[in-house]
Write a protein that binds this ligand. Structure first.
Ligand code: ADP
Ligand code: ADP
Ligand code: ZN
Length: 216
């Protein structure tokens, strides 16, 4: 199964994608995670995108299309993929359609998650992740069971926060989302692939809506 998750920053795409990976045995392709890995590795591309990401602007289509092409070429998405945070522009959406068609892959469903702006700001400003396994947490909404220890991989003192999860960068990210990315909702609706779910509520409740959208 190949799924795209569309939603503003903090909507819960990564959280739901991680659940789908466990439940459905498919891979999560997050361009945000790939770009952060490129930065951590000190690569030239990582250096190039560092300031753009910290500000909350979009990196070029060419860079993210290249990252996704690499994963598709490597066969990583053989059993299916959840595209999380990609595509974010019409150019990226067209490129993804072409890449998938050339490999005989089909898109099964595009799920748009809606969450109001106030809740989004509260979500990203409380977000932190495990630096070892990538599990996503929140100060109030999803704290780890034991302070400083990851529930999933048991790593100690591995939690980290993103430099772009602050109110100023968030304003830019929301602006870019509504300007460039939300138009994809119409694009996939026109292709007959769109499902929209309410992203407010408990994580498990949202997961239930996600499963209905994907299987119903
Ligand atoms: P969020 O969790 O807030 O939705 P991501 O982790 O998906 O954010 O992305 C973080 C940043 O990485 C974005 O603000 C943007 O700078 C860059 N980025 C990620 N994916 C894309 C993409 N598909 N196109 C352009 N820029 C991207
Ligand atoms: P995205 O990938 O769309 O940017 P994340 O999955 O990283 O969003 O979630 C953003 C923050 O909100 C994280 O701290 C996460 O723990 C929290 N979160 C995710 N889903 C919910 C939910 N349904 N209710 C409350 N908080 C949530
Ligand atoms: Zn972990």
């Amino acid at each position: 199964m190949n799924i795209i998750l569309i939603g503003p920053p903090g909507a819960g795409k990564g959280t739901q994608a991680q659940k789908l990976v466990v439940e459905r045995g498919i891979v999560q392709l997050s361009t945000g995670d790939m770009l952060r890995e490129a930065q951590a590795s000190g690569s030239e591309m990582g250096q190039k995108v560092k300031d753009i990401m910290a500000r909350g602007d979009l990196v070029t289509d060419e860079i993210v299309i290249g990252l996704i092409a690499e994963r598709l070429d490597s066969g990583a998405a053989g059993a299916g993929a959840i595209f999380d945070g990609f595509p974010r522009t019409l150019g990226q959406a067209d490129a993804l359609g072409e890449m998938m068609a050339s490999k005989g892959l089909a898109l099964d469903c595009v799920v748009a998650m809606t969450v109001d702006d106030d809740a989004l700001v509260a979500r990203v400003t409380g977000r932190f992740t495990c630096g070892n396994c990538g599990e996503v947490y929140h100060d109030a909404n999803k704290p780890p069971k034991h302070a400083n220890t990851c529930d999933k991989c048991d790593a100690k003192d591995s939690f980290k926060r993103r430099p772009d999860d602050n109110e100023e960068s968030m304003r830019t990210r929301l602006f870019n989302y509504y300007r460039d990315t939300s138009t994809l909702i119409g694009y996939y609706h026109a292709k007959g692939l769109l499902k929209t779910i309410d992203g407010l509520g408990e994580i498990e409740e949202v997961a239930g809506r996600m499963n209905v959208a994907l299987d119903g």
